[in-house]
Design a protein around this ligand. Sequence first.
Ligand SMILES: Cc1ncc(COP(=O)(O)O)c(C=O)c1O
Length: 372
Amino acid sequence: MQFIDLKTQQKRIRNNLESRLRVVLDHGKYIMGPEVFELEEKLADYVGVKHCISCSSGTDALLIPLLAKGIGVGDAIITTPFTYIATAEVIALVGATPIFVDIYPETYNMNPEGIEGAIKQAKSKGLNPKAIIPVDLFGLPARYRMIEEIAKKHNLFILEDAAQGFGGEIGGKRAGSFGDVSSTSFFPAKPLGCYGDGGAIFTNDDELVNLMRSVRVHGSGEDKYDNVRIGINGRLDTIQAAILLEKLSIFDADEVELRNKVADYYKQNLNNDLKSPFVPKNYKSSWAQFSILAESSEEREEIMFKLKENDIPSMIYYRIPLHLQKVFKTLGYEIGDFPISEDIANRIFSIPMHPYLSNKDQDKIIRVLNND
Ligand SMILES: Cc1ncc(COP(=O)(O)O)c(C=O)c1O
């Protein structure tokens, strides 16, 4: 059994993928070929925003807006400690300081009630709070209505980290369209993944989009040999764009729905003592992960061992919250600073989740987890 089954998906679209790749091999425009522009248009359309900039990874999709906004030394960016390292790493990469706020125990997403305190804390350290990076963890969008209210009050810009959330929605509004600018990842295991590294940025801001396009190619001005600001080499390969165009064609109506069916089946059949993920009313998850909670870290180890004995893969996202990662030791956080993130990190684990998970495999997973 696979944790994420990319082979079945590939089999389904193999002929179309091969035709797409043949076209790229024939025209030979490996950098910024026509598929890149076609994809950007289709992605912007899907998300429901004016502009999409494809780029080299989900990490660069976070880095590019921060560089374009001129975030740097002396600035503070508020985010969650319960996420993948990239979310906070980009803050440190531009010289700014991450300030963490704890999460909701139900959704594992940032609790906006912590933001005001984080702003005060940043100011007390002599830092300038500039932005919030909420994360759509495991496919579920963060609580944007509240986050947007607070951001407006304090003049902060919002960078949505939709690396996992792509395909999720709040009241029909899609992940990738929240905040001032949004980023996603096309890492192969993500809900919409390519066959390498890739990412995209979304915004309705006509000025910011030009700055970000410039940052994506070495801070280019008139052309790439006219350099007006510091940027990166952050383009998406044409070959990856071609692959994404085919995958996008089966993504929404098909794969996101199938993921939701798999999630519903887990929720209906797993015993209540293993806490299943909570999806608030009007929210839709794209189920980047299906993560459940054990009673304790000891019980988690036992359950994961039992799953392994039955050839069922499972993973832990995330064992160490970012404020306790060695790399962020200099920030001065301690155990106990974000008790909900720490508690969840001790008990959470993820089980197989992909659109092609069979009922038979799900029944086996459920049987093992329920001790039947
Ligand atoms: C929440 C989050 N942000 C950012 C990233 C970075 O994306 P990438 O691996 O494409 O650079 C990831 C990838 O796992 C992620 O999960």
